[in-house]
Structures are given as structure tokens and as C-alpha cells.
Design a protein around this ligand. Structure first.
Ligand code: ADP
Ligand code: UDP
Length: 260
């Protein structure tokens, strides 16, 4: 039997709260390791949840594949093995682009609205991605002052973010998963083209199970299980992963595994 070829990792480029990014011998590719840690309150609360990294990697690779098939450019270049994926290295734009299909989370603390209220058209909020500053909400004037996107890029980025939200909302809805809100990150490739980056997992979105009654805590299939101390996070992510497999997408496999 042939051994699976291995991919040697280069230097660790970034270690964040949920992932590690490594260089590879190919400058067009980075390896991303999804960690088993869950964090809340900007990293102040942290636990290890075995199995979470692999599930987030699986879910993300399926959803990136879905978006690629819908013609939306993403950084995903293939799975590498359990909990690892290959991506195109990008110059990241330090913005968190949040799309809200229903009212939840911070919106409930900041606007007079009721939990779960539908938002049509979806609300798009921009935050400055900066842990030290606590990822603050950006007004138009503050965004101008930050100077991290041109006005043309801003339009492109918002258009793409709405298309991503709409494609995911529709696809997940067919699986009885209600996409309440999600956070997206974008970067520029070598020729300045915008691509969707980072991850698409229940760590970065809210997903409510439409097969459960509206008041049941079992309805929550995302990181709110950790934020609210409900437990059962890994089982919830497994449920999401299993339903997404039913979409029959076949994320590309790189055909090698990581050599540490
Ligand atoms: P954080 O840094 O916010 O704690 P993570 O643990 O998820 O988050 O770390 C992943 C980091 O990698 C994030 O800072 C994210 O912006 C960055 N990133 C995601 N995709 C890419 C990419 N394709 N190229 C370069 N950096 C990326
Ligand atoms: N989110 C995220 N990273 C952040 C902040 C928010 O992935 O640093 C996601 C969060 O999981 C939710 C959406 O963005 O799906 C909207 O979050 P919200 O503004 O309601 O903030 P939170 O409830 O996390 O305080």
C-alpha cells in the first residue's frame, strides 16, 4: 500500500485564539490548524473541547466549497487531513463584517429589538478587528478615518458579504438550520482581488435548529452554548457537520497530510 505523501510545514506565521497559520514550501499556500479551544469575552474565558477543531475544519471546508461553486472567491485550497486545511495566504483587511438575519447577541444590548426578530434586508455591521481595542463597532466616519479599504473595495466587500450570507442562509435553511447571524473576514490576494478568508463555522455564526421548539436551549447549535454555559458544544457542532454532509459537497483534498 502506498503511504500518503506528507507536506512539510514552514514557520508558524500566526497563532490566534482558534487557529494556527503555518507557511509551507509553496508560497501560494498556507496550512491552517483548527484548535480545540473555545474562547469567549475576547479570549478571557477559554476551555479545551476535544474534537471541536476537526469539526470546524470540516464544516468550513464544506461551506467554502459551496460558495466557490456559487462563483464566490474564497481562500480555501483543500483539506489536508483531520483539522487542517490549505488556504491562499492573503493580506487581511482588519474588519469583521457581521451580517444579521435576525436580532441576537450584541444587537439586543444596543437597539430596542426582541430576540429572533427578522431583519429584512439583513443588517450589515462593520467592526475594527483589534483584540486590544475589543473589536469596536465602526461608524462611517471612523471607517473613513481608519483607511483600511477604498470606497470601491468597501462596496465590493459589502456586496460579496451579502451574497455569502444569502447563499449560506438558503443552503443551511434547507437543512433546518436557521442562520441568525455570521461574521466574515476578507483579504486581498497578490493582484489585489478580494477573497473571503478565515473560517465558516458555528464559532463565527449563530445557528438555530428549526427542528427544536423556539424556547428550547437545544435549539442553539453554535458558540452561544459555551458563552451561555449550556454545555454540549461538541455534540451540537457534530449535528451541524452531519447535516452539512447531506448537501453532498465534495471539498477538495490536497492528497497529503501534515508533517510536523
Ligand atoms: P484571531 O487571530 O482573531 O484570534 P484565529 O485564531 O482564527 O483568530 O486566527 C486566524 C488568523 O488568521 C486571523 O487573524 C485571521 O484574520 C487570519 N487569516 C485567516 N485567513 C487568512 C488568510 N487566508 N491569509 C492570512 N491570514 C488569514
Ligand atoms: N462574532 C465573531 N467574532 C467576534 C465577534 C462576533 O465570530 O469577534 C460573531 C458571533 O459569533 C455572532 C456574530 O458575529 O455570530 C454577531 O456577534 P455579536 O455582535 O452579536 O456579538 P456577541 O454576541 O459575540 O457579543
Amino acid at each position: 500500500m502506498m503511504d500518503t505523501p506528507t507536506l512539510a510545514l514552514g514557520p508558524l506565521l500566526h497563532e490566534g485564539k482558534a487557529k494556527r497559520l503555518y507557511a509551507t514550501a509553496d508560497p501560494r499556500l498556507c496550512a491552517v490548524e483548527f484548535k480545540d479551544t473555545a474562547t469567549a469575552s475576547n479570549g478571557r474565558h477559554q476551555v479545551r473541547l476535544p474534537g471541536k477543531g476537526k469539526l470546524n475544519c470540516q464544516i468550513s471546508s464544506h461551506l467554502f466549497t459551496l460558495l466557490e461553486q456559487a462563483g464566490l472567491p474564497t481562500h480555501f485550497r483543500g483539506l489536508l487531513g483531520d483539522g487542517w486545511m490549505l488556504v491562499q495566504p492573503l493580506r487581511m483587511i482588519p474588519l469583521e463584517v457581521v451580517l444579521r438575519n435576525r436580532a441576537a447577541g450584541s444587537l439586543l444590548r444596543q437597539l430596542p429589538t426582541v430576540p429572533g426578530q427578522p431583519l429584512e434586508p439583513p443588517l450589515l455591521d462593520l467592526y475594527f478587528k483589534d483584540d486590544a481595542l475589543g473589536d469596536p463597532f465602526l461608524s462611517e466616519a471612523r471607517l473613513d478615518r481608519l483607511n483600511v479599504v477604498t470606497s470601491q473595495e468597501r462596496i465590493q466587500l459589502e456586496t460579496m458579504a451579502r451574497q455569502v450570507n444569502s447563499a449560506l442562509h438558503q443552503a443551511l435553511g434547507r437543512l433546518d438550520l436557521d442562520l441568525v447571524d455570521l461574521k466574515l473576514e476578507f483579504g486581498r490576494d497578490g493582484s489585489g482581488r478580494l477573497q473571503l478568508a478565515d473560517e465558516l463555522s458555528p464559532d463565527n455564526c449563530r445557528l438555530w435548529d428549526q427542528r427544536q421548539s423556539p424556547d428550547s436551549p437545544g435549539r442553539i447549535l453554535d458558540k452561544d452554548r459555551f458563552r451561555q454555559g449550556l454545555g454540549g458544544l461538541v455534540d451540537a457542532y457534530k449535528e451541524v457537520s452531519q447535516r452539512i454532509q447531506a448537501l453532498g459537497l465534495k471539498p477538495q483534498h490536497h492528497g497529503s497530510r501534515v508533517r510536523l
